[in-house]
Design a protein around this ligand. Structure first.
Ligand code: ZN
Length: 635
């Protein structure tokens, strides 16, 4: 069968496929391990749907029922728009955009959906959902970050009871924190906060026998099968602790699990499964469910091994003030991996680099595991070839040649530097609350990691280490980074909206801060009605990167909330309406999708007469809608 990287395209989305080369070469035990962990990675899907909004699961059932049973005219515009809508909802794991967080506006009428439901006898069951789908005033945003509003009351995510206010929730969790505790758990990470019958705030914990208990029991079942074919005693210990955490919901057990997980670096196959990232909660406390399975890409891993072995050199030579540097940089293990399965909040849209765990003290005392997902970045760059973006936006032919020569290698390397070194660098001053930067924390943290990567990608050291081909290659990364932060990432934002997502805010922050101080080293130039980013002095740009890195690390180390707020609000949020319109127009003419996500491969066990698994087959031919319907049915 012919493999193609690009698949369906609709709305602002492009679906891709990733190759899991090397799976066939794993031994049977490893294949079984991948298979069982993959089932565990899919089994928690509905948890995420519910976390993203309290009506999401019901709405998905309604849409899937119509999709599979509707027998009316399928050529009419209403039905076509309905198909686009369900595909967008599948992609976003709910009714809000996965990146922008705004509620989707259906392109079909309420009357059409009403008729469709009546024609299959399901109207009574679903009539109450119509305002949620159609009324723009009902649950307009999944995560609202607008300063000055009650972020819980104005966000549709389902991590708090409907009547819980931001002030109440912040008080509740602040009172739990003990500033003298050197090993604080991630308070509130695995529960929904709501009022009980007497109006008192209580946490409903996500665990076996608690909220999401049934799904969690299924995850536990697959994890226990994986345990039987684990690669080492250490990996079994990791699985046991995770199962124990899922059974009890005890956050101390969660920390113990992550500590053992960090130590487990010997085997081929690895995974994460559980409540992980906090971007979906406006207060940054509650973690969305995700799962993924991977195995080592041995060739590319050599590259990041070199970086992490030199971690202390990078820390010592960074432009950060000495008191904010980590004295003993350790445990930053770095691997390039191949994703074998994506689940929960990593599906279909996925990160391309992952650095866990998130607990500050666990990272400081035990290190972290950092990975670049090589087969996903490969799919992205294969799909981007021939898109016409460079020809349209890059300032001149010389720069296009620079990007063609070095952008791929530098992009991978920047991701490695960001994940392996950037997030693990620096230290907090004694007594500084790790959450001191509150809503600005995620943006500042991403900026810190990106700046660390930008600073070092231009360093001679990388040429000496054989990681960059020569002393000019980094310019490709500088150019594409600044172009993205100043212009091209705006294609992901709707007219009239501001920048909300923390990775995008971070890129805008860095690029605009540098532009403002560049004094001709970098400028925006207008030619024949089109704006271009022109970079004349890359050395000077690197000096600015160094200056900003030092300041951002200071802000993080000292928990300087005011300075974080000022930086983010000044450089990272607002959008120049004229430039935005121009970028959108030029982008539209290229007819490309700004967001991409992945269709998973399908693993099928081959059994002998006795029901023993003798092999696991992998296939790449499942259609997007078939995969979504199957997941809805089976998980
Ligand atoms: Zn990051």
């Amino acid at each position: 069968m012919q493999f193609t990287y690009t698949d369906e395209r609709f709305a602002d989305l492009q679906l891709l496929r990733y190759r899991v080369d090397g799976f066939e070469a794993l031994d049977l035990r490893q294949k079984k391990l991948v298979y069982y962990l993959s089932e565990a990675a899919l089994a928690g899907r509905d948890i995420l749907w519910d976390q993203n909004g309290r009506y999401n699961l019901e709405i998905r059932h309604m849409l899937e029922t119509v999709y599979t049973r509707y027998e009316g005219d399928k050529t009419c515009p209403d039905y076509q728009a309905f198909v686009t809508y369900i595909k967008r909802v599948w992609f976003a794991n709910g009714i809000h955009h996965h990146y922008g967080c705004n509620k989707f506006v259906p392109g079909f009428s309420e009357a059409f959906l009403g008729e469709a439901l009546r024609s299959i006898g399901m109207w009574e069951q679903y009539a109450h959902l119509m305002p949620v789908v159609f009324d723009p005033a009902v649950m307009p945003k999944r995560v609202n970050q607008a300063e000055g509003e009650d972020l819980l009351q104005t966000s549709a995510c389902n991590y708090y009871g409907e009547d819980v206010t931001q002030e109440e929730a912040e008080q509740y969790y602040n009172s739990m924190k003990d500033p003298r505790d050197p090993h604080p758990v991630m308070y509130g990470m695995n529960s929904r906060l709501e009022h009980d019958a007497d109006g008192r705030l209580v946490e409903r914990t996500w665990r076996s026998g608690g909220l999401y208990g049934e799904k969690i029991d299924r995850i536990i079942g697959w994890l226990n099968k994986a345990r039987e074919v684990a690669e080492s005693a250490q990996q079994q210990k990791v699985i046991d602790l995770l199962v124990d955490f899922y059974r009890t919901g005890d956050l101390k057990t969660f920390d113990a699990y992550t500590i053992e997980w960090v130590k487990d670096t010997e085997g081929m196959v690895d995974f994460t499964n559980g409540f992980t990232e906090v971007y979906g909660d406006p207060l940054g406390l509650k973690a969305s469910w995700e799962g993924y399975v991977n195995f080592v890409d041995t060739v590319a891993t050599e590259r990041t091994r070199k970086l992490s072995e030199a971690a202390q050199w990078f820390e010592d030579h960074s432009p950060v003030a000495p008191q904010y540097k980590k004295k003993a940089c350790r445990g930053v293990s770095a691997k390039v991996i191949k994703a074998a399965m994506l689940g929960g909040d990593l599906y279909p849209a996925s990160a391309i680099g992952i650095n866990l765990p998130n607990s500050n003290w666990v990272r400081a005392e035990h290190g972290s595991k950092s990975v670049t997902i090589g087969n996903l970045t490969e799919a992205y760059s294969k799909a981007a070839r021939g898109s016409g973006m460079r020809e349209e936006f890059v300032a001149d032919a010389d720069t296009i040649r620079l990007l063609e020569a070095y952008d791929d290698v530098c992009d991978d390397l920047h991701t490695d530097l960001h994940e392996c070194l950037g997030h693990g660098s620096g230290q907090l001053m004694p007594g500084v609350d790790p959450d001191a930067l509150k809503a600005y924390g995620s943006t500042i943290e991403e900026a810190r990691a990106d700046l660390f990567g930008l600073y070092y990608i231009a360093d001679k050291k990388l040429v000496e280490m054989g990681l960059t081909p020569n002393e000019d290659a980094y310019k490709a990364q500088y150019y594409s980074y600044m172009l993205n932060g100043l212009m091209t990432q705006l294609v992901r934002i709707e007219p009239g909206h501001v920048i909300e997502e923390s990775h995008m805010r971070n890129r805008a922050l860095i690029a605009r801060w540098c532009l403002e101080r560049a004094e001709g080293a970098m400028r925006m130039e207008r030619r024949e009605g089109k704006t271009y980013v022109v970079i004349q002095d890359y050395d000077k740009l690197r000096q600015l990167v160094a200056e900003l890195l030092a300041e951002v690390q200071r802000i993080k180390s000292e928990g300087d909330y005011e300075a974080a707020r000022h930086l983010v609000e000044t450089y990272a949020v607002c959008v120049d309406a004229d430039l935005h319109e121009e970028v959108l127009g030029r982008y539209k003419a290229l007819d490309l999708a700004p967001y991409k996500g992945f269709i998973n491969p399908v693993y099928t066990p081959v059994m002998d007469e006795r029901g023993e698994i003798t092999d696991i087959r992998i296939a790449y031919d499942e259609a997007y809608d078939a995969q979504m319907l199957r997941y809805g049915r089976d998980y």
